[in-house]
Design a binder for this molecule. Structure first.
Ligand code: ADP
Length: 282
Protein backbone atom coordinates (compact mmCIF):
# COMPACT_ATOMS: atom_id res chain seq x y z
CA UNK A 1 0.00 0.00 0.00
CA UNK A 2 1.05 3.59 -0.57
CA UNK A 3 1.82 4.64 2.99
CA UNK A 4 4.43 6.84 4.51
CA UNK A 5 7.07 5.14 6.59
CA UNK A 6 7.96 7.04 9.71
CA UNK A 7 11.08 6.46 11.73
CA UNK A 8 12.02 8.27 14.93
CA UNK A 9 15.38 8.81 16.63
CA UNK A 10 15.92 10.23 20.08
CA UNK A 11 19.32 11.83 20.57
CA UNK A 12 20.28 13.39 23.90
CA UNK A 13 22.17 16.61 23.18
CA UNK A 14 22.46 18.72 26.33
CA UNK A 15 18.80 18.71 27.22
CA UNK A 16 16.77 16.11 25.33
CA UNK A 17 16.34 16.61 21.57
CA UNK A 18 13.85 14.51 19.66
CA UNK A 19 14.51 14.11 16.00
CA UNK A 20 11.72 12.62 13.88
CA UNK A 21 12.49 11.49 10.35
CA UNK A 22 9.57 11.16 7.98
CA UNK A 23 10.41 9.46 4.74
CA UNK A 24 8.11 8.94 1.77
CA UNK A 25 8.88 5.45 0.48
CA UNK A 26 5.86 5.33 -1.84
CA UNK A 27 7.86 5.53 -5.07
CA UNK A 28 10.52 3.14 -3.80
CA UNK A 29 7.86 0.57 -2.94
CA UNK A 30 6.17 0.93 -6.29
CA UNK A 31 9.49 0.39 -8.08
CA UNK A 32 10.15 -2.66 -5.89
CA UNK A 33 6.73 -4.07 -6.75
CA UNK A 34 7.30 -3.50 -10.48
CA UNK A 35 10.71 -5.19 -10.22
CA UNK A 36 9.23 -8.19 -8.37
CA UNK A 37 6.48 -8.47 -10.98
CA UNK A 38 9.02 -8.30 -13.78
CA UNK A 39 11.20 -11.02 -12.27
CA UNK A 40 8.12 -13.23 -11.77
CA UNK A 41 7.05 -12.64 -15.39
CA UNK A 42 10.53 -13.29 -16.74
CA UNK A 43 10.78 -16.56 -14.80
CA UNK A 44 7.39 -17.62 -16.08
CA UNK A 45 8.25 -16.72 -19.69
CA UNK A 46 11.60 -18.53 -19.51
CA UNK A 47 10.00 -21.66 -18.11
CA UNK A 48 7.95 -22.27 -21.27
CA UNK A 49 10.79 -22.72 -23.81
CA UNK A 50 13.10 -24.34 -21.23
CA UNK A 51 10.38 -26.82 -20.25
CA UNK A 52 9.73 -27.60 -23.90
CA UNK A 53 13.46 -28.15 -24.54
CA UNK A 54 13.74 -30.56 -21.61
CA UNK A 55 10.75 -32.61 -22.83
CA UNK A 56 12.01 -32.59 -26.42
CA UNK A 57 15.48 -33.75 -25.36
CA UNK A 58 13.87 -36.69 -23.53
CA UNK A 59 11.69 -37.42 -26.55
CA UNK A 60 14.75 -37.52 -28.84
CA UNK A 61 16.46 -40.02 -26.53
CA UNK A 62 13.44 -42.30 -26.56
CA UNK A 63 13.01 -42.07 -30.32
CA UNK A 64 16.59 -43.03 -31.18
CA UNK A 65 15.46 -45.78 -33.59
CA UNK A 66 12.92 -43.57 -35.39
CA UNK A 67 14.88 -41.11 -37.57
CA UNK A 68 11.75 -39.29 -38.69
CA UNK A 69 10.68 -38.57 -35.10
CA UNK A 70 14.21 -37.50 -34.19
CA UNK A 71 14.12 -35.04 -37.10
CA UNK A 72 10.72 -33.68 -35.99
CA UNK A 73 11.79 -33.27 -32.36
CA UNK A 74 15.06 -31.60 -33.29
CA UNK A 75 13.24 -29.11 -35.53
CA UNK A 76 11.05 -28.21 -32.55
CA UNK A 77 14.15 -27.93 -30.38
CA UNK A 78 15.60 -25.44 -32.81
CA UNK A 79 12.41 -23.34 -32.77
CA UNK A 80 12.32 -23.36 -28.96
CA UNK A 81 16.01 -22.44 -28.74
CA UNK A 82 15.44 -19.52 -31.10
CA UNK A 83 12.51 -18.40 -28.95
CA UNK A 84 14.65 -18.58 -25.84
CA UNK A 85 17.45 -16.62 -27.52
CA UNK A 86 15.04 -13.91 -28.66
CA UNK A 87 13.45 -13.67 -25.23
CA UNK A 88 16.83 -13.30 -23.51
CA UNK A 89 17.91 -10.73 -26.14
CA UNK A 90 14.79 -8.65 -25.53
CA UNK A 91 15.11 -8.87 -21.75
CA UNK A 92 18.69 -7.59 -22.11
CA UNK A 93 17.54 -4.83 -24.50
CA UNK A 94 14.80 -3.74 -22.09
CA UNK A 95 17.16 -3.60 -19.12
CA UNK A 96 19.74 -1.78 -21.24
CA UNK A 97 17.30 0.95 -22.35
CA UNK A 98 16.12 1.30 -18.76
CA UNK A 99 19.65 1.49 -17.37
CA UNK A 100 20.64 4.24 -19.83
CA UNK A 101 18.11 6.70 -18.38
CA UNK A 102 18.18 9.61 -18.82
CA UNK A 103 19.30 9.60 -22.42
CA UNK A 104 22.21 11.90 -23.25
CA UNK A 105 20.34 14.90 -24.66
CA UNK A 106 23.28 16.54 -26.38
CA UNK A 107 24.08 13.81 -28.90
CA UNK A 108 22.77 14.49 -32.37
CA UNK A 109 21.22 11.58 -34.20
CA UNK A 110 20.57 11.51 -37.92
CA UNK A 111 17.10 10.10 -38.39
CA UNK A 112 17.97 8.64 -41.80
CA UNK A 113 20.62 6.45 -40.17
CA UNK A 114 18.10 5.33 -37.54
CA UNK A 115 15.55 4.40 -40.21
CA UNK A 116 18.10 2.58 -42.39
CA UNK A 117 19.39 0.66 -39.38
CA UNK A 118 15.86 -0.24 -38.28
CA UNK A 119 14.79 -1.32 -41.79
CA UNK A 120 17.92 -3.48 -42.14
CA UNK A 121 16.82 -5.54 -39.15
CA UNK A 122 13.70 -6.68 -41.00
CA UNK A 123 14.91 -7.03 -44.60
CA UNK A 124 15.43 -10.79 -44.53
CA UNK A 125 12.06 -11.50 -42.87
CA UNK A 126 10.28 -9.11 -45.24
CA UNK A 127 11.83 -10.72 -48.32
CA UNK A 128 10.81 -14.16 -47.13
CA UNK A 129 7.17 -12.98 -47.02
CA UNK A 130 7.33 -10.76 -50.12
CA UNK A 131 6.50 -7.80 -47.88
CA UNK A 132 7.63 -4.57 -49.54
CA UNK A 133 9.41 -2.13 -47.20
CA UNK A 134 8.75 1.45 -48.31
CA UNK A 135 10.46 4.59 -46.99
CA UNK A 136 8.46 7.81 -47.41
CA UNK A 137 8.34 11.41 -46.19
CA UNK A 138 11.02 13.81 -45.07
CA UNK A 139 14.74 13.14 -44.99
CA UNK A 140 17.76 14.84 -43.42
CA UNK A 141 16.18 15.40 -40.01
CA UNK A 142 17.96 15.13 -36.71
CA UNK A 143 16.86 14.40 -33.18
CA UNK A 144 18.59 14.38 -29.83
CA UNK A 145 19.23 11.07 -28.13
CA UNK A 146 20.74 7.64 -28.56
CA UNK A 147 21.00 6.24 -32.09
CA UNK A 148 21.30 2.69 -30.78
CA UNK A 149 18.12 2.96 -28.72
CA UNK A 150 16.15 4.60 -31.50
CA UNK A 151 17.21 1.86 -33.95
CA UNK A 152 16.00 -0.76 -31.45
CA UNK A 153 12.65 1.03 -30.95
CA UNK A 154 11.88 1.71 -34.60
CA UNK A 155 13.27 -1.72 -35.48
CA UNK A 156 10.76 -3.33 -33.12
CA UNK A 157 7.86 -1.48 -34.79
CA UNK A 158 9.01 -2.56 -38.25
CA UNK A 159 9.63 -6.16 -37.12
CA UNK A 160 6.09 -6.30 -35.72
CA UNK A 161 4.62 -4.79 -38.88
CA UNK A 162 6.30 -7.50 -40.96
CA UNK A 163 5.46 -10.30 -38.48
CA UNK A 164 1.77 -9.47 -38.23
CA UNK A 165 1.26 -8.98 -41.98
CA UNK A 166 0.31 -11.52 -44.62
CA UNK A 167 2.47 -12.23 -47.68
CA UNK A 168 2.57 -9.72 -50.55
CA UNK A 169 1.71 -6.62 -48.51
CA UNK A 170 3.50 -3.33 -47.82
CA UNK A 171 5.00 -1.77 -44.75
CA UNK A 172 5.49 1.99 -45.03
CA UNK A 173 7.84 4.01 -42.82
CA UNK A 174 6.84 7.65 -43.17
CA UNK A 175 8.48 10.71 -41.61
CA UNK A 176 6.68 14.00 -41.05
CA UNK A 177 7.18 16.97 -38.84
CA UNK A 178 4.42 18.95 -37.28
CA UNK A 179 4.18 22.67 -38.01
CA UNK A 180 6.12 24.79 -35.53
CA UNK A 181 4.02 26.01 -32.66
CA UNK A 182 4.69 29.74 -32.24
CA UNK A 183 3.76 29.54 -28.54
CA UNK A 184 6.32 26.89 -27.67
CA UNK A 185 9.03 27.61 -30.25
CA UNK A 186 12.13 28.64 -28.41
CA UNK A 187 10.68 27.76 -25.01
CA UNK A 188 12.42 24.84 -23.36
CA UNK A 189 14.11 24.16 -26.68
CA UNK A 190 11.14 22.29 -28.18
CA UNK A 191 9.64 23.72 -31.33
CA UNK A 192 8.58 20.82 -33.51
CA UNK A 193 7.66 17.18 -33.23
CA UNK A 194 8.87 14.56 -35.70
CA UNK A 195 6.41 11.76 -36.35
CA UNK A 196 7.77 8.48 -37.67
CA UNK A 197 4.91 6.18 -38.55
CA UNK A 198 5.08 2.50 -39.41
CA UNK A 199 1.96 1.32 -41.26
CA UNK A 200 1.09 -2.21 -42.26
CA UNK A 201 -1.71 -4.04 -44.01
CA UNK A 202 -1.72 -6.81 -41.44
CA UNK A 203 -4.06 -8.47 -38.99
CA UNK A 204 -4.74 -5.32 -36.98
CA UNK A 205 -5.49 -5.12 -33.26
CA UNK A 206 -8.96 -5.25 -31.66
CA UNK A 207 -9.94 -1.86 -30.21
CA UNK A 208 -10.26 -3.14 -26.64
CA UNK A 209 -6.66 -4.43 -26.73
CA UNK A 210 -5.07 -1.23 -28.03
CA UNK A 211 -4.34 0.20 -24.59
CA UNK A 212 -2.68 -2.95 -23.36
CA UNK A 213 -0.27 -3.77 -26.19
CA UNK A 214 2.47 -1.59 -24.66
CA UNK A 215 2.45 -3.59 -21.41
CA UNK A 216 5.35 -5.93 -20.78
CA UNK A 217 4.68 -9.51 -21.93
CA UNK A 218 1.23 -8.63 -23.20
CA UNK A 219 0.23 -10.34 -26.44
CA UNK A 220 -3.13 -9.99 -28.13
CA UNK A 221 -3.15 -13.48 -29.52
CA UNK A 222 -0.91 -15.86 -27.57
CA UNK A 223 -1.04 -18.52 -30.26
CA UNK A 224 -0.18 -16.16 -33.11
CA UNK A 225 2.53 -14.45 -31.11
CA UNK A 226 4.00 -17.86 -30.28
CA UNK A 227 3.94 -18.73 -33.97
CA UNK A 228 5.82 -15.55 -34.88
CA UNK A 229 8.26 -16.01 -31.97
CA UNK A 230 6.86 -12.93 -30.17
CA UNK A 231 8.01 -12.19 -26.64
CA UNK A 232 5.51 -9.48 -25.70
CA UNK A 233 8.40 -7.17 -24.82
CA UNK A 234 8.94 -5.31 -28.12
CA UNK A 235 6.39 -2.54 -27.62
CA UNK A 236 7.29 -1.96 -23.97
CA UNK A 237 10.85 -1.31 -25.18
CA UNK A 238 9.48 1.15 -27.79
CA UNK A 239 7.40 2.94 -25.16
CA UNK A 240 10.35 3.23 -22.83
CA UNK A 241 12.69 4.60 -25.52
CA UNK A 242 10.05 7.09 -26.71
CA UNK A 243 9.53 8.39 -23.16
CA UNK A 244 13.24 8.64 -22.39
CA UNK A 245 13.64 10.76 -25.54
CA UNK A 246 10.89 13.14 -24.45
CA UNK A 247 8.50 11.62 -26.96
CA UNK A 248 5.64 9.15 -27.12
CA UNK A 249 4.27 6.27 -29.15
CA UNK A 250 0.71 5.94 -30.42
CA UNK A 251 -1.22 3.22 -32.17
CA UNK A 252 -4.09 3.29 -34.60
CA UNK A 253 -5.50 0.04 -35.89
CA UNK A 254 -8.46 -1.59 -37.61
CA UNK A 255 -8.83 -5.33 -37.13
CA UNK A 256 -8.32 -7.17 -40.39
CA UNK A 257 -7.07 -4.05 -42.19
CA UNK A 258 -3.83 -3.02 -40.57
CA UNK A 259 -2.09 -0.91 -37.98
CA UNK A 260 -0.10 2.29 -37.76
CA UNK A 261 2.32 2.88 -34.91
CA UNK A 262 3.62 6.43 -34.63
CA UNK A 263 6.78 7.34 -32.78
CA UNK A 264 6.80 11.02 -31.85
CA UNK A 265 10.12 12.65 -31.04
CA UNK A 266 10.87 16.27 -30.28
CA UNK A 267 13.08 18.27 -32.59
CA UNK A 268 15.12 20.58 -30.38
CA UNK A 269 16.35 24.01 -31.33
CA UNK A 270 19.10 23.68 -28.80
CA UNK A 271 22.28 25.19 -30.30
CA UNK A 272 24.13 21.91 -29.72
CA UNK A 273 21.56 20.19 -31.95
CA UNK A 274 21.96 21.39 -35.49
CA UNK A 275 18.45 21.35 -36.93
CA UNK A 276 18.35 21.60 -40.70
CA UNK A 277 15.87 23.93 -42.37
CA UNK A 278 13.48 22.35 -44.89
CA UNK A 279 15.31 22.18 -48.22
CA UNK A 280 18.43 23.62 -46.59
CA UNK A 281 21.83 22.01 -46.07
CA UNK A 282 21.91 19.01 -43.77
P1 ADP B 1 5.49 -9.48 -29.55
O1 ADP B 1 6.90 -9.87 -29.33
O2 ADP B 1 4.51 -10.50 -29.08
O3 ADP B 1 5.24 -9.00 -30.93
P2 ADP B 1 5.11 -6.72 -28.72
O4 ADP B 1 5.26 -6.08 -27.39
O5 ADP B 1 6.01 -6.24 -29.81
O6 ADP B 1 5.28 -8.27 -28.51
O7 ADP B 1 3.62 -6.57 -29.18
C1 ADP B 1 2.56 -6.90 -28.27
C2 ADP B 1 1.37 -7.45 -29.03
O8 ADP B 1 0.80 -6.41 -29.83
C3 ADP B 1 1.74 -8.56 -30.02
O9 ADP B 1 1.75 -9.82 -29.41
C4 ADP B 1 0.64 -8.42 -31.05
O10 ADP B 1 -0.50 -9.12 -30.61
C5 ADP B 1 0.30 -6.93 -31.05
N1 ADP B 1 0.95 -6.22 -32.17
C6 ADP B 1 2.08 -5.49 -32.13
N2 ADP B 1 2.35 -4.93 -33.32
C7 ADP B 1 1.36 -5.32 -34.16
C8 ADP B 1 1.05 -5.07 -35.54
N3 ADP B 1 1.83 -4.29 -36.31
N4 ADP B 1 -0.07 -5.64 -36.05
C9 ADP B 1 -0.87 -6.41 -35.27
N5 ADP B 1 -0.64 -6.68 -33.97
C10 ADP B 1 0.46 -6.15 -33.41
Amino acid sequence: QDVLSVSARVAPVGSQLILVLVEDRTKERRVDAIRRDFVANVSHELKTPIGALVLLAEAVQHAADDPEAVQRFSNRMQIESERLTRLVQQIIELSRVQADDPVEEASVVRLDRVIDGALDRSRVDAQAKFVELVRAGETDLRVAGSEQQLVIALGNLIENAVSYSPHHTRVVVDVRRTAPDPDTAGVDGVSQIIEISVSDQGVGIPEKELERVFERFYRVDQARSRETGGTGLGLSIVKHVAASHGGAVEVWSVEGEGSTFTLQLPLRNDPTVDIPRPGGPN
